[in-house]
Design a binder for this molecule. Sequence first.
Ligand code: ATP
Ligand code: MG
Length: 393
Amino acid sequence: MGENLKYVIVDRDENSRDILKNYLSEIGQPAPEAEFFDTEFAAEYIFNMPQGVVFIDISDYPEKSLNLIKSIKERRKDIVLVALSNRASTDVIIKAMRAGAKEFVTKPVIKTEFFDVIEALKADLQNTDTKESCKIISTFSNKGGIGKTSIAVNLAVELAQLTKEKVALIDLNLQLGDVATFLDMTPPFAMDYIADNIHSLDESELLNTMSKYKNTSLYVIADPLNIDKSKEITAEQIKNILSALKKTFSYIVIDIGTNIDSKTITALDMSDLILLIAIVNLPAIRSMQRCMELFEKLGYEKDKIKLVLNRYIENEDIKATDIEEVVKQKVYWKIPNNYLTMMSAINKGVPVNEINPEANIAQNYMEFASKLSDYLITQKLNKNYSTRESINL
Ligand SMILES: Nc1ncnc2c1ncn2[C@@H]1O[C@H](COP(=O)(O)OP(=O)(O)OP(=O)(O)O)[C@@H](O)[C@H]1O
Ligand SMILES: [Mg+2]
């Protein structure tokens, strides 16, 4: 964070504005450029301020304050937003994140926590120029019909909505993939065209060739319409496409499917995280074990593989802990069973949060996306999440 970074505080409570000012001064940061009682007065100033950090209290008038966060985020990519609230439920934190807050601080603000936030923001702002910030996340299993596509699609949509950063969603089921169907899209160009032209497409042409999902920052590459074209795509082309996308996108989500061939292995090699999907039954657990053996042969670090249980029902005969014992790895995430919402989403060609954002599965996908995103705020959300006793079915 540069020496002359600007701070602004928007908070109705004078006392809590004073606390923040004191803390800033204690760690040698400059006094805020401005402080506001009201969101309306604040907006005009913040839209025109230099790069900086804005603290916005969302306790009293959450809707107004979240709207302010949203409109700043839309106009000013160089401003970091920190939400403050006297309520720190998962719901409040997720709303703040979705609006565009980078951090969340619970009120009354604890000094050490505030210092940690400032340190984290410093590190984050310093890294933005140099880090390779793209994260590739794949969904895989050697079993069919267990939710690989549902998970890839819903996570990709959530990541885009949550982070507002560019997210690519790629269908590597090159023969008869269904990512585009799940989102009711008919992309004019598919993987075959992009594979053939990847060397000559510049960044904006690449974005124009991919299909933008509604009014979001999600871009999709679907499987070829013609099966013969699928066979012509090479592993080298997949590598080139992923390398090119990494320069533009913050997240790439790949629905790998069930096939193991040179193309899918290339994608798995290049993935930062492989979500190994299973449902809780014996055949699925055995196949999970076989996949783990395969990944070991491929030389992947254990940390790269994340076990995800789909259609999870609490208190079934086989427990998550039984699976952990067999597979010798912790379960990373559980997605609840919710057939009605899922089917309705697939039939309508929309993500589950469009069917019902309050449904357990929609909430779960939001929390999952936040866990996978690099947002600093996520750590807090996940702390909240892990203190819950069980997934709410
Ligand atoms: N959490 C869930 N709760 C209930 N049903 C689910 C859930 N997730 C997925 N399903 C259902 O499981 C079925 C298979 O899902 P999906 O097509 O995503 O699996 P897949 O692993 O991609 O399948 P394939 O191997 O054929 O590509 C769908 O009918 C979907 O509705
Ligand atoms: Mg599928």
